[in-house]
Ligand binder design. Structure first.
Ligand code: NAD
Length: 384
């Protein structure tokens, strides 16, 4: 067993209708001025009002920044950070998926650190504790409500980069599974497989620990039995299990790591703005298959957690069956293939492989990957 630290400082509040508790929780912190970080779609969907009504009812003053874009951009973090500083915000609320939560983490850090964004866009480079952050996740995907990362797109460089520091972990994750019931089908699909990717990479990567394994395997079980139900039947129970899976997968990868699926996904996401969950879903089966030889046992465990029938199969065959299981799930929920995206230029695979090689999570992948291996993974995925 390897040595490790595990300190989940985030308070988790999880339950039906809990979104209306935001005001009373924030009041406990003695916050005077709150900045709400979100996007226009979530305002239109009526989700932001549920939180702001609760702030009003508790007498908490607030302003709203609604300029978050998918694959959040550095320029928007800077604009929101300037708005927060001018307003004198002392507390941050994120409402949305990973894009809103990651923008909010950058804003919380910019409120207390009198520097420009590039100075804190480096590992362990948030010197002063950020303003307290409460996250209301509205997708079951990223788990950002409990992680110490923020993935931000550097617009000039056309690549995604990461700020990470334990101080970035949100104070509170306020999780209301009911918010998932109105999410459009394609977003449920891609964010759900994103959560599955987090759980699988956390479990199979080199930095996994027994604690992260427990969270990851449980998340895989929940997703295996609930993603299709949420997609097609919209039951509250499936929303509950998917929100819990996303949270547990976030805890798992937050204390172990992600790996090569993310390196590939972020390379094309940074360049083409491909939605993060879609990109992860596309690369997951190919990387899973590539990784099996490095750790058959753990890949078999994933298959068993997905409830794949092991009877009459060798360990290797059980693990391999998970590849087909994931591919079928992707087709069933309408994930496009890499080629079907329609804008991928295979002549850039070498350039993207270079980006993968500098991804901080590449060394964690279960099986060693070099530039040629990444090029081959791009080519193999493109043929599917
Ligand atoms: P997202 O936040 O980009 O949201 C995608 C779209 O879904 C948006 O248009 C949003 O308006 C819409 N949406 C969200 N919730 C909705 C709801 N309840 N109803 C209707 N529409 C809704 O998507 P995401 O997949 O949650 O986040 C992806 C981002 O998170 C990527 O940038 C990725 O790199 C990052 N990420 C961060 C971490 C972390 O730990 N910080 C982990 C994984 C991924």
């Amino acid at each position: 067993m390897k040595d490790f630290s595990f300190n989940l400082s985030t308070r988790i509040e999880f339950g039906k209708g809990y979104v209306t508790k935001a005001g009373e929780i924030i009041k406990e912190f003695g916050a005077q001025k709150v900045i709400v970080i979100t996007d226009k779609g979530l305002i239109k969907a009526g989700i932001v009002a549920k939180v702001t009504d609760s702030l009003q009812a508790s007498g908490v003053e607030y302003i709203i920044y609604d300029g978050v874009q998918p694959n959040p951009k550095d320029v928007d973090c800077i604009a929101a950070g300037d708005m927060a500083r001018e307003y004198g915000a002392d507390f941050v609320v994120a409402i949305g998926g990973g894009s809103s939560m990651d923008t909010a983490k950058a804003v919380a850090a910019l409120i207390t650190n009198p520097v420009a964004l590039p100075e804190i866009m480096k590992p362990y480079k948030v010197p002063i504790a950020p303003a307290p952050l409460l996250c209301v996740p509205t997708t079951a995907g990223t788990g950002s409500e409990v992680t110490s990362f923020a993935v931000i797109t550097l617009t000039e460089e056309q690549r995604k980069s990461c700020m990470f520091d334990d101080k970035l972990r949100p104070e509170i994750a306020l999780i209301d599974p009911e918010l998932l019931l109105g999410v459009p089908g394609p977003i449920i699909a891609s964010t759900g497989i994103d959560a599955l990717t987090h759980a699988i990479e956390a479990y199979t990567c080199k930095l996994a620990t027994p604690i992260t394994d427990a969270f990851a395997l449980h998340a895989i079980r929940y997703i295996g039995r609930s993603l299709r139900t949420l997609m097609y039947e919209r039951t509250y129970e499936s929303a509950e299990e998917m929100m819990m899976a996303s949270l547990m997968a976030g805890i798992a990868f937050g204390f172990s790591d992600i790996a090569s699926v993310h390196a590939l996904a972020e390379a094309i996401g940074g360049y083409y703005d491909t939605p993060h969950g879609v990109a992860n879903s596309i690369f997951l089966p190919v990387v899973f298959e590539y990784d099996i030889p490095a750790n058959v046992e753990k890949h078999k465990d994933v298959a068993l957690a997905l409830d794949i029938d092991p009877v009459g199969k060798s360990d290797r065959e059980i693990a391999q069956a998970a590849v087909e299981w994931i591919e079928t799930l992707s087709k069933d929920v309408g994930i496009p293939t890499l080629k079907e995206l329609g804008y991928i230029e295979p002549e850039r695979f070498e350039q993207f492989a270079d980006v993968c090689m500098i991804n901080v999570s590449t060394p964690s992948n279960a099986r060693a990957v070099d530039k040629q291996a990444y090029i081959d993974l791009f080519k193999k995925t493109y043929k599917k």
